[in-house]
Ligand binder design. Structure first.
Ligand SMILES: [Zn+2]
Length: 130
């Protein structure tokens, strides 16, 4: 039997609703970070609290990569998505038939298995059009 392990500890949670990314928020000035920051780079406060991030955001930019990556077969799309919290995510994009990527379009965070490693299913996130 294989275990599901996050690509980076504490970065996400899985639940019946499909899961969510976990960042943290500065309790002093309200800035939100992903991945979690040890302290706020805005005001240097160390008063941080875990924050469950929105599952939807807007596509800021994207590109089609033709270069090989360690776990991705080219060509593959990667892009940036801006969440309402002010966080800009960077991740591989999932294509949906008849929904070409367009800057500004609504995107969703998808938590899913990225690859198998030994006995583990490595879980990470991708972004796809809503
Ligand atoms: Zn702060």
């Amino acid at each position: 039997m294989s275990n599901r392990v996050a690509i980076r500890e504490g970065i996400l949670r899985e639940d019946a609703q499909g899961g969510a990314l976990l960042g943290n928020k500065c309790l002093s000035c309200g800035q939100v970070f992903f991945p979690k920051a040890n302290f706020c780079v805005g005001c240097f406060s160390k008063d941080m609290k875990e924050e469950v991030l929105s599952r939807h955001g807007k596509l800021y930019s994207y590109t089609l990569s033709h270069l090989p990556a360690s776990r991705l077969q080219p060509p593959f799309y990667v892009g940036f998505v801006d969440l309402p919290e002010g966080v800009r995510l960077f991740a591989p994009l999932k294509e949906i038939k008849n929904r070409p990527f367009q800057i500004g379009m609504e995107m969703e965070v998808v938590i899913e298995e990225l690859w198998q490693e030994n006995d583990n299913q490595v879980i990470g996130y991708k972004l796809m059009p809503v």
